[in-house]
Write a new protein. Structure first.
Length: 42
């Protein structure tokens, strides 16, 4: 692949990751598996 193609691919992956992060923050998941220990001990 050419350097331009690698750059475009990297930008596409970075944009997708930002979209996923934004969706994750908008949903604000509260009930995750890691939270169970803090609720049991607290």
């Amino acid at each position: 692949m050419s350097p331009i193609a690698w750059g475009i691919a990297f930008i596409v992956v970075a944009v997708l990751m930002l979209l996923v992060l934004g969706a994750f923050l908008v949903m604000r998941p509260v009930h995750l598996a890691g939270d169970r220990l803090s609720k049991v001990s607290g």
